[in-house]
Design a protein around this ligand. Sequence first.
Ligand SMILES: [Zn+2]
Length: 260
Amino acid sequence: MLIDSHCHLDFPDLSERIAPILALMKDNEVACAVCIGVTLEDLDRVLALAERWPAILASVGVHPEATGGREPSVGDLVELARHPRVIAIGETGLDYYWHKDAPEWQRERFRTHIRAAREAQKPLVIHTREAATDTLRLMQEEGAAAAGGVMHCFTESWQVAEQALEQGFYISMSGIVTFKKAEIVRDVAQRVPLDRLLVETDSPYLSPVPHRGKTNQPGYVKHVAEEVARLRGLTYQDLVDATTENFFRLFPEARSKLSQ
Ligand SMILES: [Zn+2]
């Protein structure tokens, strides 16, 4: 059984066709999809999906790129994380791609999430883009290692991966690993210790080959796992078993929540 550790099933492209999405998950032996919150305003829809469907779990957070919505406090996030279907805090992190001025509000928001994760004792789901140095520094300063977590949809260099691994974090591979120009990502996919690797879709974005350009969905995590297995010279089943075991080690609450 395989797990999609990161997706956005509440986004309109996907939320309108949950039944066929769950059917493809079943066909591809994907036992769970973690639906990741990106704003407080959309969180009700994320939680509703996780309440309704046994294979969907949830994460609460405000994405570093989200603007114009309500800013969460540590207390808000800790309270929301008590929901019985929530297993993680995020997604959070830093993204300087659209914000070249490297804004202080993003860093404050990230610190808030790390503090909440420590208090709620839930792992972090971290997004980082063009901000690796600050991301690692804030993780260190706020003691993110105490909460643990995953660097999702990893696109940074091996040097950055190594530093995240040193802080106890897991590295998650998305469909980007199947893209032609993604040599850096494939290098990381080969070098991350097998017991620290996760797979995800980040759907509806980043459909892996052979579905590239179409709307992504959790069932397609199979193609991510196939490519990572191929790169590492492992059988598909060995890669599936390892990443699923890793998922349950990082998110120990998930096992009982999935069987409820
Ligand atoms: Zn995401």
